[in-house]
Design a binder for this molecule. Structure first.
Ligand SMILES: *[C@@H]1O[C@H](CO)[C@@H](O)[C@H](O)[C@H]1NC(C)=O
Ligand SMILES: *[C@@H]1O[C@H](CO)[C@@H](O)[C@H](O)[C@H]1NC(C)=O
Ligand SMILES: *[C@@H]1O[C@H](CO)[C@@H](O)[C@H](O)[C@H]1NC(C)=O
Ligand SMILES: *[C@@H]1O[C@H](CO)[C@@H](O)[C@H](O)[C@H]1NC(C)=O
Ligand SMILES: *[C@@H]1O[C@H](CO)[C@@H](O)[C@H](O)[C@H]1NC(C)=O
Length: 362
């Protein structure tokens, strides 16, 4: 099902809790400046349908019940009941639509406002996510896009456009999950080496983007993956796997430090680091205030925590996904994605050193 997304104007913008708070303190999203383009990279938290174009075993979600709350109820390849985070970010930046999946674009003009390279299941390491587009390949695809822009407009104009564009990346969660499930708990030294390798590879890829013209980076840090339903369902107690959370915490902490270092060495580089690990903890600790009632069970799936098996047409589906934290075994609901995007774009907590709105306007 290669359905073309998506006019974002069709989005029913439900004002959320944060939205109301922000209005009260007089911040609005109606900035005049819209970036020239929005380039998206990473894993299933950012994928809007690239995997639909890949053969097995690339993981797919282009079937019900995915997309039940998407305009028209269309399963697009997003792992969500509706929109995902970057759809909201694109909307807040003033784009009329979320950038199209790179593999869907046959005419280069269609990606003149950006494109989305993200591939579900992929990671920073090439060995992560069999059959997916690794972050390295996504970056290589972008090098092609950048080269073509330079050929069309000349390098100065192309680089001028790129330097004002936003590059948004979510990667690392799958690398950590695969490492942990392949090897089991490891000692500190081995963990430290793995996190170091992951970080070194990430740094090389960010530098490659910079060398191809990228200047403004948004980076979504790895999250509380030890608490997702599929991981909880694998433990006798049903508790979060602390070791996985620790690995994620270590990686996202070091990512933030690495970005700070890159900024001090690469002229004109700017970034916004979204600490989704801490945002998730904040949302869970205040779940009632945000209107979330179900933090443990997934909305769509089967088995323990409704999160042992994928969301398929015959899976058990909840009736009120807006009250759930998890959509399926791995992924958040549209409501959570919207809240995290609002906090990232407009907020001041757990987004450093500036929020994405400030990054856009900088
Ligand atoms: C770059 O342009 C060439 C020639 O028009 C085209 O074949 C190719 O697909 C383009 N590459 C990218 C990454 O857009
Ligand atoms: C940690 O584990 C690795 C591989 O499992 C092993 O080679 C190494 O000796 C261990 N190190 C310590 C300090 O226990
Ligand atoms: C996780 O990290 C905390 C704090 O750094 C530490 O006390 C705890 O032992 C770690 N747990 C595991 C399972 O590694
Ligand atoms: C990550 O950083 C936070 C503070 O920002 C700290 O509380 C936490 O212990 C750090 N965790 C690890 C594993 O480094
Ligand atoms: C749904 O169908 C698939 C394949 O037919 C099967 O493997 C799976 O167990 C079913 N799931 C449920 C929840 O019935």
């Amino acid at each position: 099902m290669h359905k073309e997304p998506i006019v974002l104007m069709a989005m029913k913008m439900k004002p959320s809790f944060i939205g109301i708070i922000l209005l009260l303190v007089g911040i609005t999203g109606s900035d005049a400046f819209v970036p020239p383009a929005f380039y998206v990279f990473g894993d299933s938290l950012n994928d809007v349908g690239n995997n639909n174009y890949l053969p097995d075993p690339a993981p797919k979600s282009n079937f019900p019940h995915h997309g039940i709350n998407f305009p028209g109820g269309i399963p697009t390849g997003r792992w969500s009941n509706g929109f995902i985070g970057i759809d909201y970010l694109a909307y807040y930046m003033g784009f009329r639509r979320s950038p199209p999946p790179y593999l869907s674009v046959t005419n280069e003009v269609k990606m003149s406002r950006g494109t989305n390279f993200a591939s579900s299941g992929s990671g920073i390491l090439d060995s992560t996510g069999q059959g997916t587009i690794s972050l390295r390949r996504q970056v290589n695809y972008f090098q092609g896009v950048s080269g073509n822009l330079s050929r069309r407009f000349g390098r100065p104009i192309a680089y001028n456009l790129l330097s004002a564009s936003i590059f948004y990346i979510s990667s690392g969660n799958n690398d950590i999950l695969e490492y942990f499930f392949a090897l089991g708990p490891q000692n500190k030294t081995t963990n430290y080496q793995f996190i170091g390798t992951l970080l070194d590879n990430f740094k090389v890829l960010l530098t490659t983007l910079y060398n191809s013209g990228a200047r403004k980076f948004g980076v979504l840090g790895t999250s509380t993956i030890g608490c997702i339903p599929i991981v909880r369902s694998s433990t006798p107690s049903g508790d979060c796997v602390e070791e996985l959370n620790n690995l994620s915490q270590q990686f996202k902490n070091e990512t933030r430090v690495m970005l700070q270092q890159l900024k001090s060495t690469m002229v004109g580089m700017k970034y916004s680091f979204v600490d989704s690990y801490e945002m998730t903890n904040l949302i869970k600790a205040n779940s009632n205030r945000f209107g979330f009632r179900e933090l443990l069970n997934a909305c769509c799936g089967s088995g323990r925590f409704n999160g042992e098996a994928p969301c398929t047409p015959n899976a058990t589906l909840c009736s009120d996904p807006d009250k759930y934290f998890s959509w399926d075994a791995y992924h958040p609901t549209q409501a959570i994605s919207q809240l995290v995007s609002e906090m990232s774009f407009f907020g001041t907590m757990h987004v450093t050193p500036v929020n994405i709105r400030q990054l856009v306007n900088s």
